[in-house]
Design a protein around this ligand. Structure first.
Ligand code: CNA
Length: 444
């Protein structure tokens, strides 16, 4: 059977029993773990070692689509098999709610597989000669135009939840019975019922005048003349608290700095909304308020005269400054550092493929990102990694926690199967973990 026949056969199959008996192995003999279904009936990715994901992505690039599918799929593959391959190619955050082994749904899974394959084929290849923390330090030393791409993870140490972590905002909203948490930040849903957003907006309000060691690290890059731009997805304005110059920061998803009336476009200072937001009530425009309150017959849309913080909701465009800066910045960039982001939200997630593939890319994040190829992955809490790198660069960060984090010291564990992957932890944690392990052994 040639590879085209094989591909056709999985597109046409409606046999949903055979694949259960066929071992799902790739050329290295790796067995794809069984798909996991959560309490809400969603299929989620099983835990797959990062090197297995990168192996599969490499195989796709090297062999091309047909040969890759031949190698990785059993004959008469079912929906489960196709979805397993989607997860193996790194779509760790994908959740699928429909019955994957119902032949009626096969087209949907094939579509997901095709888009996943396209994403892999359009992603960059890891640079083979950049692998170590020392390489990272050297690159920072030499760089003059660093793009720092940040997300919610850089503010979690201030108590602001991120979106997609286990204890993040999305998980908290699901516990409150909101099945699709992205609805809360959807413009059309806001216009239908602004209360949905205002019920939870207090959970992501900017903090007081505080910032993290990681924010100080970005400020230091700026002071050293190395920061081309900080593209932040954050809406919390903490970059300003840390003193990162405004012209160096692009707030890709807007911020709470201002708010705009949904009816007359009147703009107010965002702080004016904070008391209403804390009370979970809907802030109203001073010019439209009276008219709205006169509307006894409820003829106006629900969002008439409602003030909305100028944060970018789903279905809204990004600020113009993003579009104008990114085109020139990707041409100048000589190092990209992504920090505290899962890179799931486009178009910001596309910056890693807009920058020329030869420009080195470093990730600093608590969790690995499986659907991108970074040259060095520094996995740990970003404040720790910022202090570790600063120490190696001979820098002192202007932050009250700098010395205490530094003095604890770090354990750095290199992943022997995945070049360029390090897990970084404060030393005391590692000691605790070790004693936990000893405890476990004793109990056994
Ligand atoms: P996300 O999808 O929730 O991902 C956050 C990432 O940060 C995850 O991969 C975590 O592993 C990682 N992370 C969490 N804590 C740490 C830590 N201490 N050190 C290192 N890594 C950590 O969030 P993204 O930013 O990728 O998604 C973009 C959304 C999130 C944007 O639209 C934002 O507006 C939105 N958001 C912003 C804030 C904020 O402004 N602080 C808070 C919550 C959500």
């Amino acid at each position: 059977m040639n590879s085209n026949d094989k591909k056709r056969s999985f597109e046409q199959t409606n046999d949903n029993t055979a694949s259960n008996k066929i071992p799902k192995t790739n050329p290295k003999g790796y067995r794809i773990p069984k798909l996991v279904r959560d309490a809400n009936g969603m299929f989620k990715s099983p835990q797959i070692p990062i090197h297995e994901v990168h192996l599969a992505r490499k195989a796709l690039r090297q062999h091309g689509i047909s040969e890759f599918l031949n190698l990785y799929l059993p004959e008469n593959a079912t929906g489960s098999d196709l979805l397993s391959v989607v997860f193996l190619l790194g779509r760790a955050k994908l959740e699928v709610g429909f019955d994957i082994d119902d032949s009626e749904n096969l087209d949907k899974i094939i579509k997901i597989l095709k888009s996943t394959i396209n994403r892999v084929l359009s992603s960059r290849d890891k640079l083979q000669d950049i692998n170590t923390i020392e390489d990272t330090v050297r690159l920072i030393r030499e760089a003059k135009n660093i793009i720092v791409l940040t997300g919610a993870g850089i503010s979690t140490s201030l108590g602001i939840p991120d979106f997609r972590s286990d204890k993040g905002l999305y998980a908290q909203l699901q516990e409150l019975g909101i099945s699709d948490p992205t609805d809360v930040f959807d413009l059309e849903i806001f216009q239908d019922d602004p209360q949905i957003f205002y019920n939870i907006a207090h959970m992501v309000l900017p903090p007081g005048d505080v910032y993290t060691p990681l924010h100080s690290f970005i400020k230091k890059l700026s002071e050293e003349g190395k920061l081309l731009r900080n593209y932040t997805q954050n809406i919390d304005l903490v970059e300003s608290n840390a003193g990162i110059p405004d012209d160096k920061v692009i707030r890709c998803h807007g911020s709470f700095a201002t708010a705009t009336c949904q009816s007359c476009d009147f703009q107010v200072d965002g702080h004016e909304l904070y008391p209403a937001i804390r009370e979970k009530s809907i802030p109203l425009c001073p010019h439209c308020k009276d008219e709205r309150e006169k509307d006894d017959d409820a003829l106006f849309p629900a969002s008439f005269g409602v003030l909305k913080p100028d944060i970018v909701f789903f279905h809204e465009s990004l600020p113009k400054r993003f579009d104008t800066s990114i085109v020139e910045d990707v041409k100048k960039c000589d190092l990209l550092i992504a920090i505290g982001t899962s890179l799931q939200v486009a178009p910001v997630s596309k910056i890693v493929v807009q920058v020329p593939a030869s420009v080195p890319q470093i990730l600093i994040n608590r969790d690995p990102i499986l659907d991108c190829e970074f040259d060095v992955n520094l996995l740990g809490l970003c404040d720790d990694v910022a202090v570790l790198l600063s120490e190696k660069l001979g820098w002192t960060l202007n932050h009250e926690k700098f010395n205490s984090i530094k003095d604890k010291g770090f354990t750095v564990r290199e992943d022997l199967e995945e070049p360029g992957l390090y897990v970084i932890k404060p030393k005391s944690n590692a000691a605790e973990e070790k004693s936990d392990l000893v405890e476990q052994v004793k109990q056994e």
